[in-house]
Design a protein. Structure first.
Length: 278
């Protein structure tokens, strides 16, 4: 447990993690305020578009710039969230010191769990903050518009289950879903760093980033007619609402199950790759 706490502290001291929290914190707070007090000044904007908070939270709001920032950096965040903790320790005397005190299994598991936990908490809190600010800026009692109706989850989708409870329940479900996906991707990035043992921090940062984008691009090509199996579409309600088909709970479990399997294989290879030095 002491190693886990130590790794948590290292991650929160990482400039990469701090940069992620700062950038997303600004986006989470400013984006709904920008829509409310800048776009809202345009004559007839809210009358035409609507002013319900369900339309303007970060993962749904195509009117604001925050949604674009989040979507564009979706596969950068997992790399930043690792803080390159494994790379930096391997480049220092700290690595050998830690190895002399504990087994390689303890060392790697501590890194994996700490990266997963911090990433999940960070994105849960940031996206949750956005929900709070958005619901303070807009009223759920405002009249619903045609554009609002377009965003309602399709019947039979996994999101529809939560929407039947309340729109806020849907928002919270997507917060957890995004935090989980990004936490798993951060662990995948960590596994990639373990396998390749990159020689410098530029390569250690750029290579996993390129791999994630390449995988997403290939997934988009292979599943062009079955986008309900695309992870980046599944976790973004705005993208999901534009699909001609609904994303079911079975689709969700299948995609996350496959992602988990890929992560496990990557970590196993990473463990074996470092067995000679651990």
């Amino acid at each position: 447990m002491s190693y886990f706490i130590s790794d948590i502290k290292k991650l929160y001291k990482s400039r990469m993690v701090q940069l992620t929290l700062l950038l997303l914190g600004i986006v989470a707070v400013v984006d709904p305020l920008f829509v409310r007090f800048v776009y809202g000044k345009q004559p007839g904007f809210f009358e035409q578009v609507g002013a319900n908070p369900f339309q303007f939270w970060l993962l749904m709001n195509s009117s604001g710039w925050g949604h674009t920032v989040y979507r564009t950096l979706l596969f950068v965040f997992p790399v930043l969230s690792t803080g390159l903790i494994f790379f930096y320790e391997r480049q220092s005397s700290v690595y050998e010191l830690l190895m002399s005190r504990k087994s390689h299994i303890q060392y790697l598991i501590s890194k994996i769990v700490s990266v997963f936990v911090t990433t999940f908490l960070n994105f849960s809190l940031i996206l949750g903050l956005n929900l709070v600010v958005t619901n303070l800026c807009f009223s759920a009692t405002d009249p619903l518009t045609e554009q609002y109706n377009y965003l309602i989850p399709k019947a039979g989708s996994f999101a529809d289950v939560f929407y039947r409870i309340s729109p806020l329940a849907t928002e919270m479900a997507y917060v957890v879903l995004n935090a989980l996906a990004l936490a798993l991707l951060a662990v995948l990035v960590l596994g990639i760093q373990m396998i390749f043992r990159f020689p410098n921090h530029y390569i250690a940062f750029l290579t996993p980033f390129v791999i994630l984008y390449a995988l997403n691009y290939a997934e988009g090509l292979l599943l062009a007619n079955q986008m309900q199996y695309n992870l980046s579409v599944i976790i973004q309600p705005r993208a999901a609402s534009s699909l001609p088909v609904c994303i079911t709970t079975a689709d969700l479990l299948l995609v996350f199950g496959l992602l988990f399997a890929v992560i496990m294989v990557t970590l196993l290879v990473g463990f074996k790759r470092n067995r000679d030095v651990l």
